[in-house]
Ligand binder design. Structure first.
Ligand code: TYD
Ligand code: MG
Length: 419
């Protein structure tokens, strides 16, 4: 719950002010409405274009949310560089949290083109409006919305009232003048109250940055998009020269030394498929309640799969600790990884290495039956592309490059892995 102070004089904007509509509009015939062509800029950063649904739409408002340190300012500066270099458009970068020197240092580090980049370090929204009034900027970046304050409201910066008011104004500007606006929103780990959530309905596109800090992997997720499909993900890696695009084999361990307890699965993120390595370790325990430890996988699901292996497969797991880890910091939420988890568990239990060109896809039910999952074609394509050659699944791979072993039950899996 956050307190919101009501203003005596209502700030302008509100619903009527959205997208530049005038108060006192009357109905019109839909068929007489002139369609306008949307102008798209490809950003040259493929993964970002993908997340944006095929490039940047002129006059749209895009919200980029994410935890501090995830790379929001970095990607904004990289994008600014493309706009400056490729399109030679004037861009205003408003920073309320960093000094001009800090931003300059980052730009140097990123080797960014800053020819047409104008910097405004302020926390006053009125300064931003004045700058936009004084000269035409086709692109504006607000980094971040929580650090810019409008004096029209008495509440302090970062409150629901402030961020909403400023976003209304920015949307208005974007629609009336064809300015493309990026709004950076901080999300704190405990779910900031005045965070980007309260802005999602106001803007055209919402992107969220998430990832694994230790390995530098970053996922840019499309949560909302009026100009393209949601459910897209852009994949990046944070390097010393900024964010670079990466492909789908990212989540596989790079060293190919094999150990028992490892199995590979193809999971879906939006419309894309990734190969992910599942690592299991089964160790004898002296605890009354053995450990079931998971990282990146649902704890209850692991318990269920362990119970299925115990009951249907005859494995004695009740006197063993189980550790399960999804390599690369990805979180798996779909049941398609079930038999890969089972395979990793069996492999660790028997201390038998699974060849790294084998791939496991299928959902496991309580009776030990293995069920097909969606998006088989995308998964198999990605697997074949990355050199996988054997497929364990209830359905056929239907791909010449891959040999299929039909798995109808976890018992089949146990038999196959014994061979
Ligand atoms: P930043 O974009 O400042 O994050 P945000 O704006 O989301 O808070 O970047 C955060 C981290 O990225 C910072 O800890 C340093 C690191 N980084 C790199 O590893 N390489 C780089 O080239 C840059 C610019 C930053
Ligand atoms: Mg930042």
């Amino acid at each position: 719950m956050a307190e919101e102070i009501l203003q005596a004089s209502k700030p302008q904007g509100g619903v009527a002010g959205l997208s530049g509509h005038k108060v006192g509009s009357s109905p019109i015939l839909m068929r007489e409405v002139q369609g306008v062509e949307t102008i798209r800029y490809t950003t040259g950063i493929g993964e970002l274009d993908l997340a944006l649904g095929g490039g940047l739409v002129k006059g749209s408002v895009i919200l980029i949310g994410g935890e501090p340190g995830i790379g929001k300012s970095t990607i904004m500066l990289q994008l600014a560089s493309v706009i400056s270099h490729q399109y030679k458009r004037k861009l205003l970068y408003v920073s309320g949290e960093e000094s001009a020197e800090q931003i300059k240092m980052r730009a140097v580090r990123l080797d960014a083109d800053t020819e047409n980049l104008h910097l405004l370090t302020t926390s006053s929204f009125e300064d931003v409006l004045a700058a936009l009034e004084a000269s035409y900027f086709e692109f504006v970046v607000i980094d971040s919305i929580q650090t810019v304050v409008s004096s029209e409201l008495s509440s302090s910066g970062g409150t629901v009232g402030q961020v909403r008011h400023i976003t209304y104004k920015l949307v208005e500007l974007a629609k009336s003048r064809g300015i493309t606006v990026f709004i950076v929103g901080q999300v704190t780990k405990d779910g900031n109250i005045a965070g980007p959530k309260v802005l999602e309905h106001l803007v055209d596109t919402v992107l969220y940055f998430e990832g694994d800090y230790t390995r530098g992997i970053r996922l840019l997720r499309t949560v909302k998009n009026r100009f393209g499909s949601t459910n897209e993900v852009g994949l990046f890696e944070m390097t010393e020269k900024g964010l670079v695009e990466v492909g789908g084999d990212l989540f596989l361990q790079q060293d190919t030394s094999s150990a028992s307890g490892q199995a590979i699965c193809a999971v879906m993120e939006g419309t894309r498929s990734f190969l992910v390595e599942i690592q299991a370790l089964i160790a004898p325990t002296f605890l009354q309640f053995p450990r079931r430890n998971t990282n990146g996988f649902d704890h209850n699901r692991l318990q269920m799969l362990a119970a299925v292996l115990e009951k249907r497969g005859g494995f004695n797991l009740s006197s063993a600790d189980i550790y399960l880890n999804i390599a690369g910091g990805l979180r798996i939420t779909e049941p398609a990884a079930d038999i890969a988890v089972c395979a990793a568990l069996i492999s660790s239990f028997k201390d038998k290495v699974i060849d790294r060109r084998k791939i496991f896809i299928g959902e496991v039910g309580l009776s030990g039956e293995v069920r097909p999952v969606s998006n088989m074609v995308a998964r198999v394509n990605e697997a074949a592309r990355l050199g996988m050659n054997t497929f364990y699944s209830p359905t056929d791979a239907a791909d010449k490059r891959i040999k299929t072993f039909r798995i109808k039950n976890v018992r089949d899996l146990i038999l196959f892995l014994d061979k």
